[in-house]
Write a protein that binds this ligand. Structure first.
Ligand SMILES: CC(=O)SCCNC(=O)CCNC(=O)[C@H](O)C(C)(C)COP(=O)(O)OP(=O)(O)OC[C@H]1O[C@@H](n2cnc3c(N)ncnc32)[C@H](O)[C@@H]1OP(=O)(O)O
Ligand SMILES: CC(=O)C(=O)O
Length: 535
């Protein structure tokens, strides 16, 4: 396909801070927005649309601060509407706020669809054209570079192509520098987008852009189709945030353009910062990352099926459409009931161990049997690591829980209480300790630590940081299997372990033990000088 778009430069217009925040559940402070803008600037997008200055005090504050907040690569853009009907643009407070924002670039949206003109704005077709042309002309007269966003352009084209075209002509007559065709309702199909954008590219001498929404799941495809047809400006948001189903996801579009169409969107070398940028923005927005996002998700290059892993071990290209490092991501191998011995070998290599084939096969057999009993190793890589460690000849567990008891109750103040006792073998000594807490798992954790810390001081550095319980078959009520996932941290890294049992306490103990034993094993591996390491 790269011959179609030879030596292609596509400028990226990021609207995460404006259209992205129209996503339900996303609200950013002014400080968050500045930090996001800085991150996008470092990545090298061409424009950052900060917001709508006439909309709310937070956006007004952002533009006030943006005046002194220099970006090194990108240009700030302010977004707003055409003037209100039947008023001069210089008398429209919303247009005034756009000028006060003080950005070099102003993006104006206007109506291209007859439906929107007559039924939503409720003005004549002619008045709408004047609203577009006069608003753009005023902003240009005031020294702004105007990007014109033709809202509902593709729907408008389907209703009445000549009126849609007239709306663009009005913007161009007013002096707009770029015409951006918007698939505002996100319902267009790529072949229609390609054909219509191609006609507009041929009809106008200025650059044409695309702004697509994802309601039909086609925002990325529509953006690429537009570029194929000659669009050289792509609007979108990071992580695809946006109203309803979201906007075109720049985390997908940028690498698609660079790696598949041979285009250049970011400065040299910056594509490798894409994954880190996407994840930083998720953090700043306080949202949950989607691991399955193309290119930047944690699972984007995670191989689970045994057949896939066996193949990837011979040739990475066999199940990877691009080299993950090009976008700053990495390959991973997941071990589960769908694994073959290759998954276990790969996991062992990742943690610096090696196994004989028969040892790897026995780990696979045990994992498949355990998953049938309710374990899930997908999210419990440290439990896989422990099964690998334990399968190696000569591995000696640093401790073994011989037995335990937990008594739960309520104290005289009505508070829940739990007391746990454990008997633990450490080398050839047996230690018997107790721990108390409000909950049984925390009491057990305390008792276990009390037993281990005197002989294994490293345990003191390990902390239980998260604990998740899932009842696997609620219909069985008290007979249901409980799966427990525990996160343990040593302050630098965090790892997950799993236990499963008809008793929540037993499942928790198992996950706790894996978590602590893994912490000790990885510390021991890291402490062995390289020449002494075996496997
Ligand atoms: C496709 C897009 O994503 S466009 C961006 C959408 N984003 C937002 O709406 C977020 C920010 N919006 C806001 O803060 C508010 O809606 C404001 C401040 C802009 C306007 O608030 P209000 O004055 O109370 O109007 P309200 O939101 O109820 O209605 C929108 C008004 O904009 C008018 N309008 C809509 N599009 C345009 C346009 N392109 N040009 C001029 N006016 C327009 C509507 O006709 C309506 O005015 P009317 O009721 O006088 O006919
Ligand atoms: C301008 C814009 O956000 C849209 O048409 O979707």
């Amino acid at each position: 396909m790269s011959e179609v778009v030879d030596a292609l430069r596509v400028r990226i217009y990021d609207t995460t801070l404006r259209d992205g925040t129209q996503r339900e559940g996303l609200s950013l402070t002014c400080e968050d927005k500045l930090r996001i803008a800085d991150r996008l600037d470092r990545l090298g997008v061409s424009w950052i649309e900060a917001g709508w200055p006439g909309s709310n005090p937070k956006d007004a504050e952002l533009f006030a601060r943006a005046r002194d907040h220099q970006l090194t690569h990108a240009k700030w853009a302010a977004f707003g509407a055409t003037r209100r009907a039947h008023v001069r643009p210089e008398h429209d407070p919303q247009v005034e706020a756009l000028l006060e924002a003080g950005t070099d670039v102003v993006t104006i949206f206007g109506k291209s669809s007859r439906l929107h003109v007559t039924e939503v704005l409720r003005v004549t077709l002619d008045e709408n054209l004047k609203m577009i042309e006069q608003t753009v002309a005023l902003l240009v007269k005031e020294g702004r570079t105007v990007v014109y966003d033709a809202e509902h352009f593709f729907d408008g084209w389907r209703e009445d192509p000549s009126y849609a075209l007239e709306s663009l002509t009005a913007a161009r007559n007013g002096g707009a520098s770029e015409l951006v065709l918007c698939d505002t309702n996100g319902g267009s199909l790529p072949w229609d987008v390609e054909a219509i954008v191609g006609r507009m590219v041929r009809a106008f001498s200025c650059p044409v852009g695309i702004h697509a929404h994802d309601d039909g799941g086609l925002a990325v495809a529509n953006s690429l189709a537009a570029v194929r047809a000659g669009a050289r400006h792509v609007q979108g948001t990071f992580n695809g945030w946006g109203e309803r189903c979201g906007n075109a996801d720049l985390c997908t579009i940028i690498p698609d353009l660079e790696l598949k169409l041979g285009a250049r969107c970011l400065p040299e070398g910056k594509l490798a910062e894409l994954t880190e940028t996407a994840r930083e923005l998720v953090e700043l927005a306080n949202l949950t990352p989607d691991p399955h996002k193309p290119y930047v998700g944690r699972s984007a290059f995670a191989h689970k099926g045994g057949v896939h892993v066996a193949a990837v071990r011979r040739s990475k290209r066999s199940y990877e459409h691009v080299d993950p490092e090009r976008v700053g991501n990495k390959s991973r191998v997941v071990v589960s009931e769908l694994a073959g011995q290759g998954n276990v070998h790969a996991h062992a290599e990742q943690i610096g161990l090696s196994l004989e084939d028969e040892e790897a096969r026995s780990v696979v057999r045990a994992i498949k049997a355990d998953e049938a009993r309710g374990y899930s190793f997908d999210a419990a890589e440290a439990s896989v690591a422990m099964r690998i460690e334990r399968a190696r000849p000569g591995y000696v567990a640093p401790f073994r829980v011989l037995d335990y008891r937990v008594i739960v109750g309520r104290d005289r103040d009505g508070q829940p209480t739990a007391e746990a006792t454990v008997k633990v073998a450490i080398g050839d000594q047996v230690v018997h300790t107790a721990g108390e807490h409000q909950g049984p798992v925390a009491a057990l954790d305390r008792a276990l630590r009390a037993a281990l810390e005197p002989s294994l001081p490293r345990v003191a550095a390990l902390r239980l940081v998260d604990f998740k319980v899932r009842i696997l078959d609620g219909r069985l009520a008290t007979d249901a299997v409980t799966r427990v996932l525990v996160d343990t941290s040593d302050g630098d890294d965090t790892w997950s372990t799993v236990g499963a049992s008809s008793s929540v306490v037993e499942a928790s103990l198992e996950a706790l033990v894996d978590g602590i034993e893994h912490g000790l094993a990885r510390h021991a591996r890291a402490s062995v000088p390289p020449q002494e390491k075996v496997g």
